[in-house]
Design a protein around this ligand. Structure first.
Ligand code: HEC
Length: 156
């Protein structure tokens, strides 16, 4: 009896699965969804993307603040040079010219919450792949500290 029950359930399941595949509305909606996704990733321009994290609005960079940049240089040398060289690719990318490639807020978010960035931000995800899955380290900086490093990056 048990065996018969199993058999009948099995047949039922096969029928359900087989019929599911023929559902015309499913077939129609699937490609449409993936096209929307492709469109969305295509449109991301790293220069305009703020990324995700504690910085949620664009930063206004005024005239270069040399004192702030010097503070940033010191911090960068203490916390970042294990993986970054200022002007060449090392374990991570070179920050030289970064503001020609990335939005300032994006850079701040990458410094302040790299974990969330590599999970949710398309540009950061791509970067992680380019660097063979080596993740950017969270150095637990404050916003002010990250901002000083950003100022230093402007001088490179
Ligand atoms: C343990 C190594 C490591 C340390 C320490 C580290 N980084 Fe990174 N960083 C990386 C790697 C690897 C990437 C690229 C891959 C990724 O994003 O996950 C990266 C990416 C970045 C990016 C994005 C670069 C681009 O071209 O878009 C910025 C900005 C950055 N790091 C800044 C910093 C700053 C500032 C510090 C110090 C406070 C720091 N990093 C410390 C490894 C590190």
């Amino acid at each position: 009896m048990k065996l018969l029950n199993l058999f009948v359930t099995g047949i039922l399941m096969i029928t359900i699965v087989a019929c599911g595949g023929d559902n015309p509305s499913e077939k129609k909606s699937a490609p449409a969804k993936s096209m929307v996704k492709k469109e969305a990733t295509k449109k991301v321009d790293p220069m305009n993307s703020l990324g995700v994290g504690p910085i949620t609005s664009p930063l206004t960079l005024g005239a270069l603040d040399n004192d702030l940049a010097m503070k940033g240089k010191k911090l960068y040398e203490a916390k970042c040079t294990a993986c970054h060289k200022p002007d060449k690719k090392y374990i991570g990318p070179a920050p030289k010219g970064i503001l020609e490639r990335r939005n300032p807020a994006w850079v701040m978010n990458m410094i302040l919450d790299p974990e969330r960035m590599i999970k949710e931000d398309p540009t950061a995800k791509k970067l992680l792949m380019e660097f063979n899955g080596t993740p950017m380290a969270n150095q637990s900086l404050t916003k002010e500290e990250a901002r000083s490093i950003l100022e230093y990056f402007r001088t490179l």
